[in-house]
Design a protein around this ligand. Structure first.
Ligand SMILES: Cc1ncc(C[n+]2csc(CCOP(=O)(O)OP(=O)(O)O)c2C)c(N)n1
Length: 273
C-alpha cells in the first residue's frame, strides 16, 4: 500500500461453516489485512467470483494503485458453477470519489507561481510513473532545472526519508503539491510560501538506498525499483533477477548492502535444499 503497487492476492480460507471455530488454519485474513490493503473480500457465494475478480483488478490498478486481497473459502472453491461474466461492478462509493477534472483556478495559480518564480524545482514521485511523456513536455515547456524558490511536488509526498528535517525542508519556498491521493496532500508538510534550503541526507541504515536516491541520475520513469515503504532487506537481489528475466537485453544493476545480500543467501540456501 505504501508504495502504491497494484497487487491482487488470492488466499484460501477454511470452509464457511468452520470460520471462527479455531479449526486448523482458521485465520481471519480479511480482518488481519484490512489496514494494509486498499480493499479486500471474503467470498461466500460462488456466483460473486467473476464480479469480485473484475472489481479487484480495477481497484488495484485505478486511482492510487494498491493491494487487494480476495479470500475464498474452501467449499466455495470446490463448487461447480457456470460463471456469469460482465456483471456490473458494485463500487458506487469508490467511483464517486475518483478524482474529478482539476480545478481551473488552481491550475492558473500554479502557472502564475511558475512564471513569477526565479528558480523553481520539480520534486517528482512514483505518482508520475505513468505520465513520463507529459512530465517531459512540462519540463521542456517550463525549462525548470535548478533549485529553488518554488517546489513543485508531483505524485510525491513529503516522506521522512525525503525531508529528514521537516521544519528546515523547503522552509522558505512556495510549495505546489499535486497528487491523486488526497490523503497525502498536506501530510507532514503544508503547501505554503517560502524558499528551499538544500538538505544533506544522512542515514545510518539502508545507506545503499539513500545513495541511489541522492546520486543516481534518472532520465525517465521506471528505472529504479526499491523497497520503498517498508524497507525489507533482501528485496534487491531477487528483484534484480526477476527484472533481468522479464527485460531481456537490459542491463540491471543491484545496488545493495552486504547485510541485505546475506539475507538472500539464507533463502537461496533454503530453496537449494
Ligand atoms: C528483513 C529486514 N530485517 C531487518 C531490517 C532492519 N534493518 C534496516 S537497515 C538494516 C541494515 C542494512 O544493512 P545493509 O543491507 O548492509 O545496508 P547498508 O545500510 O550497509 O547500505 C537492518 C538490519 C529490515 N529493514 N528488513
Amino acid at each position: 500500500m505504501l508504495d502504491s503497487i497494484p497487487v491482487v492476492a488470492i488466499t484460501s480460507q477454511v470452509p464457511r461453516r468452520m470460520i471462527r471455530t479455531d479449526v486448523f488454519q482458521d485465520i481471519p485474513i480479511v480482518e488481519v489485512t484490512r489496514t494494509i490493503t486498499k480493499h479486500n473480500y471474503l467470498v461466500l457465494d460462488v456466483d460473486d467470483i467473476p464480479r469480485i475478480i473484475t472489481e479487484a483488478f480495477f481497484l488495484a490498478t485505478s486511482d492510487r494503485p494498491g493491494p487487494v486481497l480476495i479470500d475464498i473459502t474452501k467449499d466455495i472453491q470446490q463448487k461447480l458453477a457456470v460463471p456469469k461474466w460482465n456483471q456490473p461492478l458494485r463500487l458506487p462509493g469508490y467511483m464517486s470519489r475518483l478524482p474529478k477534472e482539476p480545478n481551473k483556478a488552481h491550475l492558473e495559480q500554479i502557472v502564475r507561481f511558475i512564471s513569477e518564480s526565479n528558480r523553481p524545482v520539480l520534486y517528482v514521485g512514483g505518482g508520475c510513473l505513468n505520465s513520463g511523456e507529459e512530465l517531459k513536455r512540462f519540463f521542456e515547456l517550463t525549462g525548470i532545472r535548478s533549485r529553488s524558490d518554488l517546489l513543485l511536488a508531483f505524485g510525491a509526498w513529503f516522506d521522512d526519508r525525503v525531508t529528514v528535517n521537516l521544519e528546515a525542508f523547503a522552509s522558505r519556498a512556495n510549495i505546489v503539491h499535486i497528487d491523486i491521493d488526497s490523503a497525502v496532500i498536506g501530510k507532514n508538510k503544508q503547501y505554503h510560501v517560502s524558499e528551499l534550503n538544500e538538505q544533506k541526507v544522512k542515514y545510518p541504515l539502508n545507506q545503499h538506498q539513500t545513495w541511489v536516491v541522492q546520486f543516481y541520475k534518472y532520465k525517465r520513469p521506471r528505472q529504479w525499483l526499491t523497497f520503498g515503504g517498508l524497507g525489507a532487506m533482501g528485496f534487491g537481489l531477487p528483484t534484480a533477477i526477476v527484472t533481468t528475466v522479464t527485460n531481456p537485453g537490459t542491463v540491471v544493476v543491484d545496488v545493495d548492502g552486504e547485510g541485505s545480500v546475506t539475507e538472500d543467501g539464507y533463502r537461496i540456501e533454503q530453496n537449494r535444499n
